[in-house]
Design a protein around this ligand. Sequence first.
Ligand code: NAG
Ligand code: NAG
Ligand code: NAG
Ligand code: NAG
Ligand code: NAG
Ligand code: NAG
Ligand code: NAG
Ligand code: NAG
Ligand code: NAG
Ligand code: CU
Length: 568
Amino acid sequence: MDAQRNTSTRTLFFFFFSLLLHRSNAEVHNHDFVIQETPVKRLCKTHNIITVNGQFPGPTVEVKNGDTLVVNVVNRGQYNVTIHWHGIRQMRTAWADGPEFVTQCPIRPGGSYTYRFTIKGQEGTLWWHAHSSWLRATVYGALIVYPMENNSYPFTTPNREFPVILGEWWDMNPMDVVREAIRTGAAPNTSDAFTINGQPGDLYSCSSNETTSFPVKAGETNLFRFINAALNNELFVSIAGHTMTVVGADASYTKPFSTSTLMLGPGQTTDVLITMNQPPSSYYIAARAYASAQGVPFDNTTTTAVLQYDCGCLPGPDQSLPPASPTLPAFNDTATATAFSTSVKSPAPVKLPGPVDENLFFTVGLGLFNCPPGKTCGGPNGTRFGGSINNVSFVLPSSYSILQAHHLAVQGVFTSDFPATPSTKFDYTGNVSRNLWQPSPATKLYKLKYGSVVELVLQGTSIFAAENHPIHLHGYDFYILAEGFGNFNPATDRAKFNLVDPPLRNTVGVPVRGWAVIRFVADNPGVWLLHCHFDVHITWGLAMAFLVENGYGELEALEPPPTDLPLC
Ligand SMILES: *[C@@H]1O[C@H](CO)[C@@H](O)[C@H](O)[C@H]1NC(C)=O
Ligand SMILES: *[C@@H]1O[C@H](CO)[C@@H](O)[C@H](O)[C@H]1NC(C)=O
Ligand SMILES: *[C@@H]1O[C@H](CO)[C@@H](O)[C@H](O)[C@H]1NC(C)=O
Ligand SMILES: *[C@@H]1O[C@H](CO)[C@@H](O)[C@H](O)[C@H]1NC(C)=O
Ligand SMILES: *[C@@H]1O[C@H](CO)[C@@H](O)[C@H](O)[C@H]1NC(C)=O
Ligand SMILES: *[C@@H]1O[C@H](CO)[C@@H](O)[C@H](O)[C@H]1NC(C)=O
Ligand SMILES: *[C@@H]1O[C@H](CO)[C@@H](O)[C@H](O)[C@H]1NC(C)=O
Ligand SMILES: *[C@@H]1O[C@H](CO)[C@@H](O)[C@H](O)[C@H]1NC(C)=O
Ligand SMILES: *[C@@H]1O[C@H](CO)[C@@H](O)[C@H](O)[C@H]1NC(C)=O
Ligand SMILES: [Cu+2]
């Protein structure tokens, strides 16, 4: 008995001792991000694009759990810019989150701002990107959070690691594409290519000698960190001849499972282990759209990179042969997309927060605005496209960021009356009456008490076109309890909730003509955007924000704003 108590005391002692050691070993990483115009050649043409430090994709930021990042962003480009640290919880540091006019005013050309935050309790693959208009088309990079010193991955230590960033490319300035769409009210032009680490790959013109290549050796097991940085497309990914073992998603570890295909919505990340167990040769890693909306144009091209074996033998693999190609699912293969997303689970039973304090039900979908009098609009039948949550089409303020208006108690910037449930109930996924299609524009927030447990049903609508929407919540990870098709029915669908090992993520794909249910604790004070991660949809207003109040404790309050916070 005594010996046992002794052991557990000692274990406890070592636990705290090692915590102390870990804390003292946390590092501060300083980075300079210079936003600038950089010429790059893609699809046979040289373009001036906005980059960070002249790099495309931008620099990979590598930290350990517990470290602090200090990134000084200097804007030498011609556009307003902000940087968002996608998936970082930003505990009490909402000022560093980045969405323009939500947590800060933009960094204007010639201006600068230093983002400062600590990574607490997160490990895996995240990323950073511009959160201002459509600049993230070219302003993005990987943000890798390694375990604390002397901690290891909960899986075989890989021989090598590669970030694999999926992007989307226009053969024109993406800022002109969105500008034109805003002016006309029509859908923006679809993109011309997808990219892997900035390169479209061999299936496009002028690309083949610059296709991204991942050098590997037979027998290795390597970690590939997939990030979907595309603007407007969910993507399927497959690799010729190789099976992937999923071990993480959105910087949370997952219960390992094998798959031949991944599906990532914009904003999502997926870490996979791949064993190089095929004959030494070259194999394509390929990605193309999962386009769930029917009859809506999309970029149906395929991007490739090469898994290039080095067998250390003579003669080496014959590089004159084209790499082997994988079979990708059809663009509308919802069954495969669903099978993938529902396979992602937490590695062990979780302590699910409860009981629920806030039961919310949000519809997410598109809409059509009547054209303002005296104008002509390029949307369907002379309308202008819109998007909304609970029929509110989100409008960004312009004189203050919402967080600053909240902090300074400035009136008239936003209201806190975002509806907890739709004011009009209808058959969300059925044939929706045309007079329900026009949402109402406003800057409305939903207020949450510090520490409240929130359960949110995200219900897709079929207004204009039903589609799978990748919904991202800033400042939080959430458990995905269930997803399904049709209208959410609490009487029967609650029984399907996974209360044991639901995955913890920051972005959920709400199934086309379906729903998803998430749960989180509002333990991070500030203003947090919830939005569709298709930039075309956030442009149309498919967003809202939560206002999470301060708690009572000193460590339960938003920190004061940094002195260099950009003002409007
Ligand atoms: C990590 O392990 C090394 C070697 O055992 C040790 O010197 C170091 O103090 C450890 N670091 C931490 C943070 O525990
Ligand atoms: C979009 O596509 C149309 C038709 O191909 C073209 O005329 C227009 O210039 C394009 N818009 C932009 C911004 O490139
Ligand atoms: C690819 O080919 C072009 C023209 O043939 C050449 O200018 C360029 O340097 C090549 N790039 C690489 C990475 O070999
Ligand atoms: C994909 O694009 C090709 C033209 O490049 C077109 O012929 C085909 O119909 C398109 N498929 C879909 C599903 O849009
Ligand atoms: C996918 O689209 C094709 C037409 O390109 C159609 O024949 C097929 O039925 C569709 N499949 C599903 C599952 O919707
Ligand atoms: C546009 O008008 C036509 C003809 O009245 C109608 O059939 C179609 O459904 C309308 N489309 C939309 C999106 O309202
Ligand atoms: C949808 O409802 C409208 C009337 O609201 C009707 O004209 C139309 O035929 C219906 N479409 C379908 C596919 O049921
Ligand atoms: C949204 O609000 C507008 C304006 O108040 C109204 O016309 C429309 O019917 C509403 N739609 C829904 C789905 O509630
Ligand atoms: C840039 O941001 C400022 C506010 O900081 C705003 O007044 C201005 O309109 C923005 N410019 C553009 C082009 O959005
Ligand atoms: Cu969307």
